[in-house]
Design a protein around this ligand. Structure first.
Ligand SMILES: NC(=O)c1ccc[n+]([C@@H]2O[C@H](COP(=O)([O-])OP(=O)(O)OC[C@H]3O[C@@H](n4cnc5c(N)ncnc54)[C@H](OP(=O)(O)O)[C@@H]3O)[C@@H](O)[C@H]2O)c1
Length: 246
């Protein structure tokens, strides 16, 4: 059966990518394209709502869709841990679920997963992330999530070795891990997680070259979202990683 999708933020860069991928798929069709001048009621009648708007708008879009009994796939950034907790509560006892994907890039998600595994074996860990000069926030959401997940994986092992962090050039610490942000013309998005151990270093590097890096993850997420219940966060919880997770 074809899944009817209402795309909120359809005119934006991510929205256009979603619409193209849905148009190319035999399993989905775009039933509505919403923008800043649309009434949220225009999503009614869809089976699934895609939200790719802005952090300030996303909560209201998701709340409206959930109240209408619709499933939702969120690609918009800015879903903090607090917002996710209240969304999980809102979804309790409902059949319709929400999938929140902070990063659709398979390589980035795999890089973070590998870093989470390595994080238990090294006590010196630092992250260098780079984005184009126009990105206003730092550190990036992906770097913050990588540091948080490494921190969770290191539960019981204590903070990483991060000397001299009172000096500004030593970066901003998240879960005790220093993060250094580059904002440079010429970069799309890149991240290095560097692990230091006895007589060796390990570096896990991911480079985003262009938005086609999102396509495979978007298709996986659309497929997962059409039968979702409860709250699912992160592509790593949809992909078959072939490893047992703690
Ligand atoms: N998860 C990922 O892998 C990933 C990757 C890239 C980006 N993102 C995130 O995805 C989001 C969208 O990024 P983008 O680059 O596509 O942004 P964009 O090009 O600026 O597009 C934003 C879209 O949101 C719409 N919009 C704004 N206010 C709205 C409202 N009140 N109601 C409904 N629609 C509204 C805009 O519609 P109008 O044209 O009518 O104003 C536009 O279509 C951002 O949060 C970005 O950080 C996530």
């Amino acid at each position: 059966m074809v899944t009817r999708v209402a795309v909120v933020g359809a005119s934006g860069k991510m929205g256009q990518l979603f619409c193209r991928l849905i148009d190319e798929s035999e399993d989905f069709e775009v039933s509505a394209r919403l923008g800043s001048k649309s009434s949220l009621d225009e999503m009614n009648g869809a089976d699934l709502v895609v939200d790719v708007t802005s952090p300030a708008v996303s909560s209201a879009v998701v709340a409206h869709a959930v109240e209408q009994g619709l499933r939702v796939l969120v690609g918009t950034s800015g879903w903090s841990a607090d917002r996710l907790v209240s969304l999980r509560t809102r979804l309790a006892d409902r059949e319709n679920g929400v999938v929140v994907i902070p990063n659709f890039s398979l390589g980035s998600v795999l890089g973070t997963t590998l870093a989470t595994i390595a994080g238990r074996f090294f006590d010196s860990i630092e992250i260098i992330e780079g984005h184009r000069a126009s990105k206003v926030d730092s550190p990036s959401g992906t770097a913050v999530r990588t540091a948080e997940l490494i921190g969770e994986a290191r539960t019981g092992l204590g903070p990483v070795v991060a000397p001299h962090v009172d000096q500004r050039a030593r970066g901003q610490q998240v879960s005790s891990i220093p993060i250094h942000s580059l904002r440079l013309n010429g970069i799309v998005a890149r991240q290095e997680v560097i692990f230091g151990g006895a007589g060796e270093t390990l570096t896990i590097t991911h480079n985003t070259l262009d938005p086609s890096s999102y396509e495979q993850g978007i298709l996986l997420a659309l497929d997962a979202a059409r039968s979702a219940t409860g709250l699912t966060v992160g592509l790593e919880n949809i992909m078959d990683l072939g490893i047992s997770r703690a």
